[in-house]
Design a binder for this molecule. Structure first.
Ligand SMILES: Cc1cc2nc3c(=O)[nH]c(=O)nc-3n(C[C@H](O)[C@H](O)[C@H](O)COP(=O)(O)OP(=O)(O)OC[C@H]3O[C@@H](n4cnc5c(N)ncnc54)[C@H](O)[C@@H]3O)c2cc1C
Length: 385
């Protein structure tokens, strides 16, 4: 038994030590040569790889780091950033990272809460999908192929460019990347009616750890299930996704109602918990709670923000809110009718009249320091709570 354990220990040490030795004795040229050897477009590869000695290395690295906690000189930096233009570059990066003992981090939109797409404690390569962001929308078929490096804002924009009555159920923040978002779930204002982004994925192209390009059929249903919610980085690199588009009316209605504690916010929040999940599927009401300074001397209070998307016009919205959430006292003046794509811009927090092209802006100008954690409330919080 002791021999058996020792034997296995040595084997493990050898297996794990080998790549590190490969990296320690290799030079950047070796890695680049490996990439050229394994990619279909060898002449382009050197232009797609950034090392710390390149002048644009820092800007390429920093551009989609969303969390300012990790935008610091002391954050771990990659040995290489590879920005593939086609699938063969992705395959080459996977094969060569293994060969040279480098961990690979895949980054699409860079919105990971803990920076998992661009940080590592061991020598690593970032595979940055930003160049792989084509989107092709098929209105007849009500589907689209979208590459992982696209943002959800770009996807929404390209859909709306072709149809006023098709949309896609994904997140509110337009700069979130399709790659991380779809592989983790992805929820937004259409969630009540159409579920998560991942629920509406019907095919995908994935490069696995052996560098094989697989689609839904060749990867099999188990893996296809896993990449739609299990976090894509655990299973390979998803290059592109085929999604089912969903019908949206040509007119939707939005409102944002603010209520402080003094304006009965506690009771409204409590009531919201009881009704929000029972409203008709066309009605999404989200709640944001935040502290708020009221009055000139800055008295601190809490403010509840009820923000709504309704898939229909204002008249029927008022009927629904009067019967299902009368306490909120929604009035016609609170409501604005618009197109679905305008509601995307509204929920992204831009002022009314902002051109739709803002959705094509890939880098967020509201980067902050943050620590986020999501959870689900299964039991309503009592009013005293
Ligand atoms: C400001 C902000 C707003 C947000 N709003 C919403 C929202 O409204 N709704 C919602 O559901 N979520 C929201 N999120 C969370 C967001 O959906 C997730 O953080 C998501 O994983 C980000 O995807 P990304 O491609 O931008 O991130 P990345 O940091 O690029 O990647 C996230 C993870 O996915 C992996 N990954 C990325 N690309 C690929 C790929 N092509 N193949 C395999 N693995 C890959 C990465 O390695 C990493 O582990 C928000 C996050 C932020 C920071």
């Amino acid at each position: 038994m002791a021999n058996f354990t020792l034997h296995h220990l040595l084997l493990c040490l050898l297996l794990f030590a080998a790549p590190l030795v490969a990296f320690a004795t290799s030079t950047p040229d070796d890695f680049l040569q490996c990439l050229s050897l394994h990619s279909g477009n060898a002449s382009a590869i050197s232009k797609l790889v950034y090392t710390p000695i390149n002048s644009s290395y820092s800007s390429v690295l920093d551009i989609t780091i969303e969390n300012l906690r990790f935008l610091t000189p002391s954050a771990p930096k990659p040995n290489y950033i590879v920005t593939p233009l086609d699938v063969s570059h992705v395959q080459a990066a996977i094969i060569c990272s293994q060969q040279y003992g480098l961990q690979m981090r895949t980054r699409s939109g860079g919105h990971d809460y803990e920076g998992l797409s661009y940080l590592s404690e061991v020598p690593f390569v970032i595979l940055d999908m930003a160049n792989l962001r084509s989107i092709s929308v098929d209105v007849e078929d009500k589907t689209a192929w979208v590459q992982s490096g696209a943002t959800v804002g770009e996807l929404y924009y390209r859909i709306a460019e072709k149809s006023k009555t098709l949309g896609f159920p994904a997140g509110l923040c337009p700069t979130v990347g399709v790659g991380g978002h779809f592989s983790g779930g992805g929820y937004g204002t259409l969630l009540r009616k159409y579920g998560l982004a991942a629920d509406n994925v019907i095919d995908a192209q994935l490069v696995d750890a052996q560098g094989r390009l697989l689609d839904r059929e060749s990867m099999g249903e188990d893996l296809f299930w896993a990449i739609r919610g299990g976090g894509g980085g655990s299973f390979g690199v998803v290059v592109s996704w085929k999604v089912k588009l969903v019908p949206v009316p040509s007119t939707v209605t939005v409102f944002t109602i603010l209520r402080t504690l003094e304006q009965n916010a506690t009771k409204l929040v409590h009531q919201w918990q009881l009704v929000a999940n029972k409203l008709p599927d066309d009605l999404f009401i989200r709640l944001i709670l935040q502290s708020y300074n009221s009055g000139p001397n800055g008295t601190r209070t809490m403010q509840a923000i009820f923000q709504t998307l309704y898939l229909g016009g204002v008249d029927s919205l008022l009927e629904v809110t009067r019967s299902s959430f009368p306490e909120l006292n929604v009035t016609r003046q609170d409501c604005t009718e618009m197109s679905w794509i305008e509601s995307v811009v509204y929920f992204a927090g831009f002022p009314s009249g902002t051109p739709l092209e803002i959705l094509l802006n890939r880098s967020s100008n509201t980067k902050t320091f943050f620590k986020n954690k999501s959870d689900y409330v299964r039991e309503p919080i009592p009013e005293s709570g």
